[in-house]
Design a protein around this ligand. Structure first.
Ligand code: FAQ
Length: 312
């Protein structure tokens, strides 16, 4: 039962958020705020870790030394982002090992986009441009949210994502302005990534289950549809400039608001993919599990010497 003092604490907490104060790890917070943030940051950390796999697997095939160096640096950055985000989630009390085990046993989610194959080098260009571009839109918004450690981690991550976006755009421009074969490869990869990118921001607002509570407590300053719209406003003109053909034939601008109106993606496919039944879910998780198991000797050694990082 809610006591008066719980109510008073909740009132003071909400007043702080309304003032724009940041919530810090030792502060009082409602259990639901803690649970929601842990869920969200854990999923975000999982996504960075899983996001390193599709690009990581292309490192041996990168066309040339400079492309390879840039891709290696990007993949290392993504794993570093996972590290920062798991640390932010640990400040809420959940041990890292539990989060990793939930990831590899399939009980904690990660971004839909990393369950699709990267068939050609042009897919790597699309991940770097479209997906990093989407991540920047999301993270620039989320870093203004109410939880201090998450906001600070995102600020640092977004600096690095800006470099990833540049390398992705440079790859796309090279392909889109290259030979006929390169342009075809670019268009085919673009067709594959358009719909997963539309799904990246989550289901339409009317189907989103967490937005209301996340907005009430200042965690998610913009809704899924608002974030998707910001991405469309930024990217559609650039896509048109590059001469790429958008596979959504119904895409148009609302004459009154100027907003882009999209054909809704296949949301059944989205829910299948995020619940473990996408084209690459099993392979990606099997690889992550293998990496975890092969690293167990190192964790044991660190544990024996009491060198494993602890939650703050
Ligand atoms: N994928 O009620 P909502 C990156 C789930 S980082 C999978 O609307 P919410 C860097 C959602 O969890 C990419 N699941 O949820 C990189 C919930 O399921 P649950 C990750 C999704 O939280 C780039 C259910 O659907 N970024 O890419 C997705 O209000 C290139 C209902 O949804 C973040 O995680 C999805 N796309 O809004 C790395 C950012 N969307 O938990 C390598 C932080 C929704 O009840 C290469 N997260 N779901 O089982 C967020 O901003 C929010 O959590 C949203 C979803 C916007 C993703």
């Amino acid at each position: 039962m809610t006591t008066l003092s719980d109510e008073a604490q909740l009132h003071a907490f909400e007043a702080r958020i309304a003032r724009g104060d940041k919530v810090e790890p030792g502060d009082w917070m409602p259990d639901r705020y803690r649970q929601q943030l842990t869920r969200l940051i854990q999923q975000h950390a999982n996504s960075e870790l899983m996001g390193a796999l599709p690009e990581g697997q292309w490192i041996p095939y990168a066309p040339g030394f400079k492309r390879k160096m840039a891709l290696i640096a990007k993949v290392q950055d993504e794993v570093g982002h996972a590290q920062l985000l798991y640390m932010a989630a640990e400040t809420l009390g959940k041990p890292r090992v539990e989060m990793i085990e939930e990831l590899i046993n399939g009980t904690s989610k990660y971004s839909n986009v990393f369950n699709y194959p990267c068939e050609t080098w042009a897919d790597i260009a699309m991940v770097g441009w479209l997906i990093d571009g989407a991540a920047i839109v999301n993270q620039t918004i989320m870093q203004t949210g109410s939880y201090g450690p998450y906001g600070r981690a995102l600020k640092r991550i977004t600096y690095e994502e800006a470099f990833h976006l540049k390398q992705g755009y440079d790859l796309v421009v090279t392909l889109a302005t290259g030979t006929r074969a390169q342009r075809d490869m670019c268009q085919e990869a673009f067709n594959r990534w358009w719909w997963p990118t539309m799904m990246f921001f989550g289901p339409p607002d009317r189907q989103s289950v967490h937005t209301e509570v996340l907005q009430r407590w200042g965690v998610k300053p913009k809704t899924n549809d608002e974030q998707r719209q910001i991405w469309l406003q930024k990217f559609v003109p650039k896509i048109e400039e590059l001469g790429l053909d958008i596979p959504d034939k119904g895409l148009h601008r609302d004459p009154d608001t100027g907003d882009y109106v999209i054909t809704q993606p296949d949301w059944d496919e989205f829910f299948r993919v995020i619940n473990g039944d996408g084209p690459m879910n099993r392979e990606r998780l099997a690889l992550r599990r293998l990496i975890y198991e092969e690293g167990s000797w190192l964790r044991t050694a660190l544990e024996k010497r009491d060198l494993l990082p602890r939650a703050a």
